[in-house]
Design a protein around this ligand. Sequence first.
Ligand SMILES: Nc1ncnc2c1ncn2[C@@H]1O[C@H](COP(=O)(O)OP(=O)(O)O)[C@@H](O)[C@H]1O
Ligand SMILES: [Mg+2]
Length: 327
Amino acid sequence: MSAAFELRGLTAAVPGEKRAIRLVEDVSLSVHAGETLAVVGESGSGKTVTFTSSLGLLPKPGRVIAGEALLEGVDLLKLRPEELRRTRGARIGMVFQDPLTGLNPVFRVSEQITEVLRAHLPISRSAARDRAVELLTRVQIPEAARRVDDYPHQFSGGMRQRVLTAMAIALGPRVLIADEPTTALDVTVQAQMLDLLGDLRDADGMAMVLITHDLGVVARQADRVAVMYAGRIVETGTVAEVFAAPRHPYTISLFRSIPDIEAPTGTRLTPIAGSPPDPARRPEGCAFAPRCFAVSDAAGCRSVRPLLAGVGHAASCHRQSMLETTA
Ligand SMILES: Nc1ncnc2c1ncn2[C@@H]1O[C@H](COP(=O)(O)OP(=O)(O)O)[C@@H](O)[C@H]1O
Ligand SMILES: [Mg+2]
């Protein structure tokens, strides 16, 4: 079966002084209906740019310079702007970190949801309003019929995120992309929000991409994981594979900072010594080499870029066979 959403060799860049600065490079991933792919990595690793650029939402002068972004086999990057806008609105749901940026403070929630519906469906205002109440009920907003005419500021942060989720699923998308959907929420509300997303995914058979820097969230919610560093995927596999035996020193370092795999939701990645490179000044060879505990000049870490080898569980590291034998 073909993937619901798939990226092939996606590379996006902004103009630099001498040459283009690649924000994300050669990113390939896929997610199937009913499945959750977690995309994890420190801040600045390229998680958001991967998805904004693949949906034609990277602000100018940024642009995709190579690769494909396939929604059920159709390359979004080849669509005309109007077609892309319609496809994005109807078939891809997006939920972002800050629930306020997605809502207009001056319009009632009912108006914002009915606008989404009526932009794509031939339905009356009153039918759209009924549908808005149904959607708010689906995202478990209590007393939806009464709350539907409230303004965004009358909802708590967690409830606003539910409103945005209702808008994201309003047209029955095949893919739901949630970019750090719980980061702005407090810990008890986070778990409820994640459960809701999982329930919606199961009920509608959506494919879900969950962007997070919370390994507890990955362990609980995802089937597969892609670890990003400096604009590239450095390790990918099932959550079971990657948690049981991480292969890339970056992934290993991320896990080292966590006391136990069953870390509670809310466990953040504690920083690894040093910081990720500026996209304009990425080192030759492996971008993680300056921070890596296993770096080796003899292995070519500072001169040859390692590639993500293999299907299934894969990591881009010159030293992985050495790490496995000493583990
Ligand atoms: N519009 C842009 N123009 C220039 N650089 C950008 C732009 N958006 C993001 N970046 C840079 O691209 C890199 C990846 O950013 P981002 O995808 O937001 O990271 P993440 O979501 O993993 O925290 C960062 O170095 C960031 O500063
Ligand atoms: Mg981001």
